[in-house]
Design a protein around this ligand. Sequence first.
Ligand SMILES: Cc1cc2nc3c(=O)[nH]c(=O)nc-3n(C[C@H](O)[C@H](O)[C@H](O)COP(=O)(O)OP(=O)(O)OC[C@H]3O[C@@H](n4cnc5c(N)ncnc54)[C@H](O)[C@@H]3O)c2cc1C
Length: 314
Amino acid sequence: MSKKILIIGSGIAGIAASLKLKSYGLESTIVDKGNFIGGRIGTREQKLRKSTYYFFHGAQFFSAKKNNFQKIINAGVKKNYIKEFGEFTPSRFRGYPTMRNFLSNLSKDINILQNYKITCLKKIHDKINVLEDTRKTWNVFDAVISTIPAPQNLELMDDFPILKQSLETASYDACIALMFYFDKKPLNIPTYFDFYNKDDILGWMAAGSNIKFWTAHTKSLYSNLNLDTNKSLIKNEILSSIKDFFFTYQNISNINFSSLHVWKYAKTKNIVVGKQIDPEFPIAIAGDFMEGPNVESAFISGEKAADLIFDRLS
Ligand SMILES: Cc1cc2nc3c(=O)[nH]c(=O)nc-3n(C[C@H](O)[C@H](O)[C@H](O)COP(=O)(O)OP(=O)(O)OC[C@H]3O[C@@H](n4cnc5c(N)ncnc54)[C@H](O)[C@@H]3O)c2cc1C
């Protein structure tokens, strides 16, 4: 059957939904307001002395516990765009050479339009009318899957009160990411440090595409409290924590600040209790807020939304 299907968001949930629809013979178009695919699987470029390096300032790695996602990961490992990260149980993985390569490879056969922001969804007969903000165009679709974080998704759902009710039950923790680099390659240090059980504002930090380029993430409590704090104040506080840590750890002091990113909706705290598809109209929601605060859960929710839409259109 030939249907016009729109997916909002080119994060892992949107890509999973599109791939699943494709497996049923249904083509879809993904639109995303950002410049790059990946959403919270973020990669930030840094040019230094004619070379380019990458920070992974969103998800730094992911695990694959369920069958379907494991298949995707195993295929990526075989094709060399995913690599195992460290020695953890269960195993952790990363896109290679950057986190974004995971998604760019996975989505090779999918239509994706970046810099398209959706600001209104309206029901029209048995279809969905969609407003794209930059071009101010309305287009009618046979079905829509919206994968944007729950609080932003909510704003689009005035015509779909059951989905709105679902989205209202989700909540998030924030996360502040500070990107930094060493002047000289640090010797004999691991690529990951965990501070969860320590009395520190830092939650964890990991190297990016190179052992000199790192991202540190603050704990949820600190991030939530400091969402609106002056950025230069939090930058100094986080950087000073990082410097103290490395100085005590190995007498390392050659650390430079690169940039700071505040993720307001970083990790799902409470998942949705409620429906994933509208009872009447062909519109569904997907994202980590449906299943759990990680890449694999977002992937699973995207597949589930695709199944629901496929059933509805069949
Ligand atoms: C700092 C941080 C660290 C994390 N660490 C880990 C980790 O180590 N391991 C792990 O498994 N998970 C981690 N996560 C969680 C993981 O990144 C997310 O669960 C997952 O990437 C969510 O994917 P998604 O597709 O649901 O949403 P997103 O990736 O948020 O995708 C939604 C997309 O929608 C787009 N969008 C928003 N509004 C609009 C609009 N109006 N119109 C069009 N497009 C729009 C956005 O640009 C975005 O690309 C981390 C997240 C953060 C922020």
